[in-house]
Design a protein around this ligand. Structure first.
Ligand code: SF4
Length: 235
């Protein structure tokens, strides 16, 4: 009977909370660089079924799937000097306190290399500098800053990777694309963990019926696309 109990517990959690771990305590790394209040509201009220994806996100999902399939299916032709097998959609998790975890999926891991692919439409793509050596060179309001933080987190969480490759495609033309090398940065990861703990605190505040009355999003453009505008104290 013992082996069935865990299955029953997970099924109950899934039916009750939509998550086999129980009440949702998993923070997506991809969202940690953006407005903490938006993320806390999403975690607290679990809006997965509200169709929050816009056309651009749907297209990005399809392009991701197509690119990853192309890489895996044609690896023997594409691999060049890489000797290891490509692993796609590699799940990763980092334990915070009190059952909270950071979670994500790396697009592609090949040996010590981890890759993250992004697809932007023309204008934001054009706004990215052609070559970036340091994160300080990226304009403050650029979404690329968030992408670098995400990849840096993967470098800290995945056990055997050493180098991050952020490849940003213009979704209208795909070729050529911008390649940004990301090296492990401990301070940047600590900052991301601080943001995660702040989100946890905000979720607890929301559970206690407290909504912060003034709030600044991370990037100036975030509120424009936010589904919480009607209830956000900032709007
Ligand atoms: S409207 Fe702006 S401040 Fe409010 S949750 Fe959304 S992004 Fe954050």
């Amino acid at each position: 009977m013992g082996e069935v109990e865990e299955f029953a517990r997970r099924l109950e959690n899934y039916l009750r909370h939509g998550n086999p771990r129980g009440p949702k305590k998993s923070i997506p790394i991809t969202q940690l660089s953006f407005c903490p209040l938006k993320l806390a509201l999403s975690l607290r009220f679990d809006v997965r079924y509200f169709g929050t994806k816009n056309d651009g996100q749907i297209l990005g999902t399809v392009l991701h799937a197509g690119l990853l399939n192309t890489i895996v299916d044609s690896w023997d032709y594409l691999r060049g000097n890489l000797t290891e097998k490509p692993l796609v959609e590699v799940p990763l998790q980092y334990e915070l306190e009190n059952g909270w975890v950071l979670s994500g999926r790396a697009d592609l891991v090949v040996g010590k290399h981890v890759f993250e692919f992004k697809f932007l439409h023309e204008y934001p793509y054009e706004a990215i500098p052609e070559s970036i050596e340091e994160i300080d060179e990226i304009p403050d309001d650029s979404v690329v800053k968030a992408y670098v933080e995400q990849l840096n987190a993967y470098l800290h969480v995945l056990p055997d990777v050493e180098v991050g490759h952020l490849w940003i495609f213009n979704r209208n033309s795909l070729v050529p694309w911008k390649k940004i090398l990301v090296e492990k940065n401990g301070d940047m990861f600590d900052e991301l963990l601080k943001r995660a703990r702040r989100v946890v605190k905000l979720v607890e505040d929301l559970e206690n019926g407290n909504v912060p009355d003034s709030f600044e999003p991370r990037f100036g453009w975030e509120c424009r696309n936010c589904i919480y505008r009607p209830i956000c104290p900032r709007s």
